[in-house]
Design a protein around this ligand. Structure first.
Ligand code: AMP
Ligand code: MG
Length: 189
């Protein structure tokens, strides 16, 4: 049976890195996943509309605009068959508050089997954001990062209620990438 897996985690936690490592391991065993970045799908639409120039501007758009882009991305991703791995966010921190990354109408399109939450210590995330010059990461303290991680666990429970999916927490602490990738590969196998 094809598996639909959603990977989430606050910006800078390293979810894309862990996923890529896990997929390398699985490929050696002949297990393939199509990897989709939800933000990239949204950005393709937003760019062609002329709505934004940079992917990090999307979370500051009007909520109705973000929801429209999100719905289009959800529909596009739902069309993909086979094993799918979606790299996204349980919630997006916007200037007006947390926006559900997977509201009901998106969840019902994708119907994930598993949602993975990648987490680590708040201060490690803070340091990772400070050293990442490729992105415009939110400037926030570790307390606020902690609140976001906590909120993501809460909203993930609601996602499990809608879909019957399992929720798996994978820790990605400093210097233990290999361990996190093995754990994720186990979940994806
Ligand atoms: P990322 O590269 O994963 O940080 O995603 C880039 C941007 O895409 C995020 O800052 C959000 O604006 C947007 N995005 C990604 N996933 C979602 C989602 N599920 N719902 C709403 N916006 C999203
Ligand atoms: Mg990423």
């Amino acid at each position: 049976m094809a598996k639909k897996v959603i990977i989430t985690g606050v910006p800078g936690v390293g979810k894309t890195t862990v996923v890529n490592e896990a997929l390398k391991k699985l490929k050696e065993e002949g297990v393939e996943y199509q990897m989709v970045n939800f933000g990239t799908v949204m950005f393709e639409v937003a760019k062609s509309d002329g709505t934004v120039q940079d992917r990090d501007q999307m979370r500051t758009l009007d909520r109705t605009v973000q929801k429209r882009l999100q719905q289009l991305a959800g529909q596009a991703i739902a069309q993909i068959s086979g094993n799918v791995l979606v790299d996204t966010h349980a919630s997006v921190k916007t200037p007006k508050g947390y926006l559900a990354g997977l509201p009901e109408w998106v969840l019902r399109e994708i119907m994930p089997d598993i949602i993975i939450l990648v987490e680590t210590d708040d201060d490690q995330i803070l340091m990772r954001r400070l050293s990442d010059e490729t992105r415009t990461r939110d400037k926030e303290g570790s307390r606020s990062i902690g609140e976001h991680q906590q909120f993501n666990r809460s909203i993930a429970a609601a996602y499990a209620m809608v879909t019957g999916c399992t929720i798996r927490i994978v820790a990605n602490p400093d210097h233990l990438l290999e361990h996190a990738a093995s754990e994720m590969a186990d979940v994806l196998r």
